[in-house]
Ligand binder design. Structure first.
Ligand SMILES: [Zn+2]
Length: 402
C-alpha cells in the first residue's frame, strides 16, 4: 500500500492534451456519509472507515468542492490519451483473451451453429451506436416457447464498460453449459427443464470505447451524447424503480449520472423490454466487477425487502458464497445507490435478482483491470453459483424448506 502511494506520487500532472483518471481516498465512518459520497461518484471499495474509488477529472473537482473536508488524498492514476477515430477495438497487449464485441458476436454465432437444437440467438435491442445487443437462449425443453410454463433465468454482463470480466463469466457459462450437456447429467437436466437467457454485453458501446486504440480508459457509462456536451449515462442508475432517490447524480458529467429520465437509454430499455416479454424469468444475475460481493435488494434504500423473500435472498446469497467466497450482503449495506437493475427486477417484476461484484477483491489486486490471468479462476469460482441459480429458478421459495 505504501509503495503504491509512493509510486502514484511520482506521477506528475503535466499539461497534456489528455485527461487523467484519479485515485481517491475519503473518510466515511458510516452508511450516511458513504451515501453522500455515492451521490457524486461510484465507490469502488469500502475498508473500515475509508472509501476508495477511481474517478474522472470532473468528479474529482466535485468531491473537492463538496466533500473537501473528508477527501483524504487523491492521486493522478492513469493518463487518458486521445485515440484516433479509426483506432481499432482491441484489448491492450496481454489482455487479448478478453472478448471484444465482435468476438462475442462470433462466439454466440458459433454456439448457435454448433448446438442448433439447444440454442437460439437473441437480439434484445440495439445500442445507441447501433450494435445489436446480442445474447443466447439455451433450452432443451421440448417447447421452450411455452415460456409461461418453463422456468427461466437471465444472466447479464457489462452494464458498466470497464468491467470486462463481467462479460467473460456469462459468455463462458454459455459454452460450459452446452459443452457439458451430453457429459454431465445434472447439466442436461437443467437445460432440459429451464430456459437460460444470457446477454453478456449490455453496454457494448461503452465496453468498446474503453479499449479503443488498445488503451484502457476507465470508462464506466454508455456513450450517450448528453445535453451539456459530455458523454454517457450510468446504465445501472437508469432503471425506473426508485430512480433518482439517492446514490446517483443529475449531473451529466458524473460517472453515476442517472440519465434525463428512467429508461432514457436504449440499453437499459432493451433489458426492461426483454425481461417483461419473458415473464418466465424468475431469477436474474447481473455480473459486475469488482470487490467480490454477492448483492441483493434493496440497493436504493436501507430497508430489507422483508418477509419470506428476504429469507430467500439471504439463504441463496449465503449458499452461493460458500462456492465463490464472496461476501453476501444487501446492496445498500455499504451505501445507497438507486435505479439499478436488481431493484427494478425485484421491485417491478418480482424476480429474485442478484448483483455479483466479481474479482478481484480490491483496487490493489488489479481493480477493473486485473489482467487475463484471472479469467479462468473467476469463471471456475462462479460455475456452482450459476448452476445453483439455474436449478432454483424452478422454485426459488424451495430454498426455505432445506
Ligand atoms: Zn458495475
Amino acid at each position: 500500500m505504501k509503495i503504491l502511494l509512493m509510486a502514484l506520487a511520482l506521477f506528475s500532472t503535466s499539461t497534456f492534451a489528455a485527461t487523467w483518471t484519479h485515485w481517491v481516498h475519503l473518510k466515511a465512518k458510516d452508511n450516511k456519509t458513504r451515501t453522500q459520497i455515492a451521490n457524486y461518484i461510484h465507490i469502488d471499495q469500502v475498508i473500515d472507515d475509508s472509501v476508495y474509488a477511481v474517478v474522472n477529472e470532473h468528479d474529482l473537482k466535485e468531491l473537492q468542492k463538496n466533500l473537501g473536508t473528508i477527501l483524504v488524498e487523491h492521486h493522478p492514476y492513469k493518463e487518458i490519451l486521445p485515440t484516433a477515430d479509426n483506432a481499432e477495438f482491441e484489448f491492450p497487449r496481454g489482455d487479448e483473451k478478453f472478448h471484444t464485441y465482435q468476438e462475442i458476436v462470433t462466439e454466440i454465432k458459433n454456439l448457435t451453429r454448433k448446438y442448433p437444437n439447444l440454442t437460439e440467438e437473441l437480439t434484445i435491442g440495439n445500442s445507441l451506436e447501433g450494435r445489436s445487443l446480442i445474447g443466447i437462449k439455451i433450452s432443451g425443453a421440448s417447447n421452450p416457447d411455452g415460456k409461461y410454463f418453463i422456468p427461466g433465468i437471465a444472466f447479464l454482463g457489462a452494464h458498466h464498460a470497464r468491467e470486462h470480466l463481467s462479460v467473460e463469466v456469462p459468455i463462458m457459462l454459455a459454452s460450459y453449459l452446452l459443452e457439458n450437456y451430453s457429459k454431465d447429467p445434472r447439466i442436461k437436466t437443467l437445460i432440459d427443464t429451464r430456459v437460460i437467457y444470457i446477454v453478456p454485453m449490455v453496454n457494448p458501446d461503452g465496453a468498446m470505447y474503453d479499449i479503443k486504440g488498445k488503451k484502457y480508459k476507465s470508462w464506466r457509462k454508455n456513450r450517450a451524447a448528453n445535453r451539456n456536451g459530455s458523454s454517457g449515462v450510468d446504465l445501472n442508475r437508469n432503471y425506473s424503480f426508485g430512480w433518482g432517490t439517492g446514490g446517483s447524480s443529475t449531473n451529466p458529467r458524473s460517472d453515476v449520472y442517472m440519465g434525463p429520465k428512467p429508461f432514457s437509454e436504449p440499453e437499459s430499455l432493451s433489458v426492461k423490454q426483454f425481461v417483461e416479454s419473458n415473464p418466465n424469468i424468475r431469477i436474474l444475475l447481473s455480473y459486475h466487477t469488482f470487490s467480490e460481493l454477492i448483492l441483493y435488494p434493496w440497493g436504493g434504500k436501507s430497508d430489507g425487502v422483508g418477509g419470506k423473500d428476504q429469507k430467500v435472498f439471504e439463504n441463496m446469497a449465503q449458499t452461493m458464497s460458500k462456492w465463490n467466497r464472496y461476501k453476501p450482503m444487501q446492496a445498500s449495506g455499504l451505501y445507497i445507490a438507486s435505479g439499478d437493475t436488481c431493484d427494478w427486477a425485484y421491485g417491478s417484476q418480482n424476480i429474485f435478482c442478484f448483483t455479483f461484484e466479481l474479482s478481484p477483491k480490491s483496487m490493489w489486486s488489479g481493480g477493473f483491470y486485473p489482467g487475463a490471468k484471472v479469467i479462468d479462476k473467476t469463471f471456475n469460482a462462479n460455475i456452482n453459483p450459476a448452476l445453483y441459480l439455474i436449478e432454483k429458478a424452478g422454485n426459488p421459495y424451495g430454498v426455505l424448506n432445506n
